[in-house]
Design a protein. Structure first.
Lengths: 216, 334
């Protein structure tokens, strides 16, 4: 790989990293400048949570987009997107506990154990922890086949995140519908690819059988 | 034969054309003087320093009523007022959108003058009333009430308006009148969310009270806040304020009042009966399925002081209203 190519890739990495960090910086800036209105706590929590989900969805979109658009470079950023989603989700819970509950442990405990939407969200965040911890290349190599199995948990996290939204709907389904349809498409595409691949294998096996047959 | 008729009026008595054409200005200037005369004595309602925030002076007739408003001592409170800018920029008014800032952003061209209110049902005097005629017979009062949203946040707001009971009595409810139903304007062109494809609320928004609740002295019809007319995002030009109930009972931009024998079906109750009842009295012991009602955050909340306070039964107005629900199981009648 020549040097300019290397520099380009490096710049691309920095750009993606920076873009993912922007919403966080924007929230911090707005909080410092006090432009978040009467209920800054709720705004911050909502904003961080929204980005946690957007980035999770983005990480899930890598595989289908990579195949459809033939953007192989995207694969490199799946880990970053996933880790960023984990970062935003953690900040989301931290902001909730700090700004909305003021670390009143009784209230926090009640919220996280009594409210269905909160249970779903909290469970999703907990499940992201092992994924984040095993996201390094080293762990990927060490866990081998188990790594893939473990990281299938991300689909469960996505479903829990969707429930987290759906159970908070008060009167309008449009936002949840968009997330839901996108998730259906991303999961559906994977299923489609897999059945296609299976069929191809089957066909090639049959072709071989046929070949074997003609030889006899 | 020509008969010369004597003119009925001497030409000297006829108002000159210039004065005649100027009569509107004349009336205005006289009114202006009288308003100026009343204002200093009117408990300094306009003493709120509203800084650079947008103001909503309202129509001339309302400005005069406001200038003459009283400030009954019993409806003042020691609670710190929620700042004006928060009261007019943090709103739940789903007709204009779902986020807290949608109403203030999308309602600024809302037409609330002229405005008609239709009054029908089990009453002796049904009719359509111009807002001015509807409000005029009453003296405006300023009342400071706590507003507790079902989403567990609260504000303290100085309303201007008239006691609901005084208004309702004018229409002479018959013995069949057991409930009062209120309806918000239906106008998807002005209220974009009424067009939503994926919304679950049926428009127009409907709310209701039992007649004895409506006749309770606390129940209030607001036409203003913070010493001026109601901003559109707060329910211009006429909204209900029932401070012992959750915020969603405080129906906005009212166009219709109907007296009925049967219990009205209020919009949120229709949408999610397990979450929202007809009564919706503030009750710290009964949680909403998705959040606790034991505490509330008094807005504006600082980041490191969430301003979380204990929620009181009937939002602290138990003394005034608890007797209305004597013998009722309030765990059932949410």
């Amino acid at each position: 790989m020549d040097l300019s190519k290397k520099v380009q890739l490096r710049l691309l990495w920095i750009a993606v990293f920076g873009i993912c960090l922007l919403p966080f910086l924007a929230v911090v800036l707005a909080a410092v400048q006090q432009t978040l209105g009467a209920d800054p706590a709720k705004e911050i929590v909502l904003e961080l949570g929204t980005w946690a989900i957007i980035l999770l969805w983005a990480s899930l979109a890598v595989t289908p987009l990579r195949k459809l658009l033939k953007w192989s470079w995207l694969a490199k950023y799946r880990r970053m997107l996933g880790l960023y989603s984990f970062f935003y989700a953690s900040m989301h819970l931290l902001a909730f506990a700090t700004f909305m509950v003021g670390w009143d442990l009784d209230i926090l405990f009640l919220e996280l154990t009594q409210r269905l939407y909160a249970i779903a969200g909290f469970a999703g965040l907990l499940l992201l922890i092992p994924l984040a911890l095993t996201s390094t290349k080293k762990m990927q190599k060490r866990l081998k086949q188990n790594w893939l199995k473990l990281h299938k948990l991300v689909y469960v996290v996505a479903l829990l995140s969707l429930l987290h939204i759906v159970w908070q709907i008060r009167s309008d389904y449009s936002e949840a519908l968009i997330y839901g349809l996108l998730l259906c498409w991303m999961l559906g595409y994977r299923y489609y690819i897999r059945t296609c691949a299976a069929q191809k294998r089957k066909q090639s096996v049959m072709v071989q059988h046929d070949k074997v047959g003609t030889h006899q | 034969m020509l008969i010369q008729q004597k003119p009925d009026i001497n030409s000297s008595e006829i108002t000159s054309e210039s004065v005649y054409l100027n009569r509107r200005n004349f009336i205005k200037s006289v009114l202006g003087v009288s308003t100026a005369l009343i204002a200093p004595g009117a408990f300094a309602l306009n003493n709120y320093s509203l800084e650079d925030e947008k103001r909503y002076p309202g129509p001339q007739w309302l400005q005069q009523k406001i200038a003459a408003a009283t400030k009954p001592k019993i409806y003042q409170t020691a609670d710190k007022l929620t700042p004006y800018k928060d009261v007019i920029s943090y709103n739940n008014f789903y007709e204009f959108g779902l986020s807290k800032t949608d109403p203030s952003e999308r309602s600024q061209n809302f037409i609330s003058d002229p405005w008609k209110v239709e009054v029908v049902g089990e009453i002796a005097k049904p009719g359509h009333y111009q807002l001015e005629d509807f409000v005029s017979p009453h003296q405006l009062e300023e009342r400071i009430y706590r507003l507790r949203c079902v989403e567990a946040w609260s504000m303290v707001i100085p309303w201007l308006g008239v006691p609901l009971a005084d208004v309702l009595k004018r229409f002479e409810p018959t013995s069949k009148a057991k409930y009062v139903e209120f309806t918000t304007l239906l106008d998807p062109e002005q209220m974009p969310q009424q067009n939503s494809l994926f919304g679950t609320l049926d428009w127009p928004y409907v709310e209701g009270l039992r007649l004895d609740e409506a006749m309770n002295p606390l129940a209030f019809l607001a036409t203003g806040l913070y010493g001026q007319s109601l901003p559109p995002q707060n329910g211009a030009p006429l909204r209900l304020v029932v401070p012992w109930k959750y915020g969603f009972k405080n129906i906005k931009s009212i166009v219709k009042i109907r007296f009925t024998e049967t219990m009205p079906v209020n919009t949120w109750n229709k949408t999610a009966p397990s979450e929202y009842g007809f009564y919706a009295n503030v009750n710290p012991e009964i949680d909403h399925p998705r959040w606790s009602q034991a505490t509330e955050r008094r807005l504006p909340s600082g980041l490191f002081s969430p301003n979380r306070i204990k929620t009181l039964p009937f939002n602290g107005y138990a003394e005034e209203v608890a007797h209305l629900y004597k013998g009722m199981d309030l765990t059932k009648w949410i």
